[in-house]
Design a protein around this ligand. Structure first.
Ligand code: FE2
Length: 156
């Protein structure tokens, strides 16, 4: 069912739809992973890591909303359901239980790295079909890469 008329051709819409839906599930999962570790981190650096993890949660939630609403604006129904996220996320397995601060930071380095790699593919894929979507993905990726830098520096 198409309620919203898209300005894009069918072929371009397919490409952009996959990019936005993929970005959505990655960002929803990133927010969940960051909260999980926010709650479970222990160690001498607890306070700084705990607080920085909430920065990731905040940006992931904000950007998931932006990409979902960009999809809707193009006539694409965004799917942020838990089952869809579980199947589609590019983030690997998150450690269970308490996690020491070094492992917590390492988990975020890995999670952010995985999402960034996929985001950069989406940036490339959307450049021609829809530069407006590409612009959003570039902004999202810049914020992710800033966090990626800071978490790498934490364990440097
Ligand atoms: Fe909290």
């Amino acid at each position: 069912m198409y309620v919203v008329k898209s300005p894009l051709s069918d072929a371009n819409l397919k490409t952009v739809s996959e990019a936005l839906q993929g970005a959505l599930v990655d960002l929803v999962d990133l927010a969940l992973v960051a909260k999980q570790i926010h709650w479970n981190v222990v160690g001498q650096r607890f306070r700084s890591v705990h607080l920085q993890l909430d920065e990731v949660v905040s940006l992931a939630r904000t950007h998931s909303d932006t990409v979902a609403e960009r999809a809707a604006a193009l006539g694409i129904s965004p799917d942020g359901r838990a089952a869809t996220v579980a199947v589609g996320s590019g983030i690997g397995v998150t450690p269970e239980g308490w996690v020491d601060d070094t492992a917590a930071v390492g988990a975020l380095v890995d999670a952010l790295g995985a999402v960034i790699a996929r985001m950069r593919e989406r940036i490339t894929a959307t450049g021609e079909p829809d530069p407006v979507t590409q612009d959003i993905l570039i902004t999202v990726t810049a914020d992710l890469e800033k966090q990626h830098w800071m978490f790498q520096a934490e364990n440097g």
